[in-house]
Unconditional design. Sequence first.
Length: 733
Amino acid sequence: MTPNGRHFLLSLLATPLLATAPAGFAADSAAGQFGEWAGDAMVTRQMTLRDLGFRQPLTLSGQEDRREIYLPVPAGVPTRDAQLQLDGRYVRGHTGRTSGLWSVDGDPMAARTITDAQGDASQLLGIDGSPRENGFVRVGVGWWSVVSDYRCADQSAPANVLRLSPDSRFTYRFDSRAVDTVAKAWGALPPRVRVLVEGKAMPAPAYDAAWRVGTALRNGGKRVDVVALPAVGASVDLGGVAIPASLRGIPAYAALAGAERNHRIADLAEVGALLSLRDSGPLAADVVIDSEPLRAAVRNALDALAAQATAAGSDTAAAFAAWRAASMAPLEKGLGKDSVGVAPVAGRPVLLVAPAAGAKVAGLLGEQWRSYALGRTLQVEQASTPPVSEDTVLLSRLGNMSGTLDIVVRGDRTAAFELGALSADGRLPEQVVIDVSAAPNAAGQGAVATIYFNDFLLGAKILSADGKPQRLVAQVPAYALAARNEVRVSFLRQPARPYCHDPATAFPVSILPSSHLKLARRSLGTSFVAAASQLAHANDVFVPGTWLQDAPASLAKVIAVASAVGASPEAARLQVVDAGKAVAPGNPFLAFALAPSGVTPAALKDGRLVVAGKPQPLLDVSGLDRAAAVQVVDAGGHVGVLYNDLGAHAPTLDEPFRLVRGDLAVLDGRGVVTDFDSRDPYGARVAAEGNPQPWWRQHMVWLLLLVGVVVFMLLAARVAQVRRRRATAAQGH
């Protein structure tokens, strides 16, 4: 069967396939349920486009528009029952012919002719289970409008619009046994990752590993929830928990089934029951900090549950023992001497991280090395970002920049990088150098090449029409730099149609491999961008000792802020300090609810938010709650970032954010409320440093004044010389 035919049948059969998928709770006895769990290695993933970063609806409009959506799947792992439910609506303000086309990996899946003025455009796409080596399914959506059959008429149709909802759902299943390397386990992680730790209170080594691994996950685009293994008497949220009816004869499961949503743990057997609930349980972890206290607590909880299973009958006890050996052994025994490994736990692939190897594992899970993690268990001796020793960095090392594109109207290539990765020894991007060649179109016209740096247009040029290589150079102003940067090269063409009915033809352009960034020593002052360039290397992270007593809550803040300011998790040194004690940084630093000696956080004063000003504060507010202040300071010659909660309750920093401008920011649960530069509130320094005029033109007045002074001095010297000659001549006579 052809690929198109296979996709078509999958699209038709996707819903029945999911409807007839094996039910997780179909067993009619406790022994049968444990037996089913022991033999079921299938994992179900469901995510929305919103979970993947699409905050707003995707809109396609006009005469012709296309979008491609990349959906993550475990790299190299077959999937089952994969489908994408695209929810959409359309409006059609122009008459004529309008149609849509949906495709998967370039294969057309569905097409529709639109005739009504508005309506539903939802589409269910079935996706075949072939392994994707790159870890993505490529879904294409096309939108076309023909307003008039007269080909020379204006065909623009701005009021014909297709809207795709960010709540569109992508679901698939895969066999956890196929996830046999750490690299595949990374690709199999859901958008929201649960990190399981040993308890609410944690020792420093396990806490250190948790924040490092959590920051690496967040830097990789994941949201991170830190979950503590509950102790007896602790409260757990049972929202969404499903207890099989076949297990309700066992006291622990019966207690959970009849509990309120906010349930207090009565005994260790209930903890064991929560560990067994697979995807529906609150302890279904994706990453585990593999500490000995965690392993001991898991063993004790499962022993307590085993006693209740034994009381339920010999068949139940035997089935429980078999399930425990098949599903929970990695969590009970741990990694041994390995640093990181992947193992099936309760039917899902789980990354186990040794506490002593947190920094090395964080480096391995970074973008540079994670694809090299080709083993089930790995002993990591070193994994760090290679230093930049030259002043030139090829853009092709930062992204898929070089190559050839066929351009009808527009085409883009991008490369992204962390500022700190290039900022060793104070060197920062100074120039973007793009080497390009482009073929002329049918009318002999060259394409327009435009260089963007973080969406700031730095330069543009009409390329010569001879197709020969040429170089574009653009200066990078300081205000364009950010903690995470993107270089984008955009090519524009005016479609050449000697006759109006001729089709537009694509002509090639190439970005050559020699395109690069030029680095130079630059000073960014005291700002979030300057802090990001320093914290990407050796840095200190200070946390109060009291924060380790409520690890899940404090780790959420440390992970979010460390990622936002660009602190390197593999190069950091965690230091636990008594609350209220001054810290003594020896490197660029990140401090939580602490400050160096002699540094008073300008953002906080006696529990109030204070924005400094001369001769009096610009802002002085008390009573703030669920907010936090983050400020850049200079202490002992080291740039540092201070974090402090404002009010009795800390904000929930769930949404991804970056701290970019200024040296003071206020955060709430949505991210950055506002940022402020206390040293340059009106941007005079930015305006002066961003002046694109040459140096001599910027200082023309002083140059003219200097020239005038020199001319005056020369004239004065000449006058004095003439007078001396006359005086000498008069004396001679």
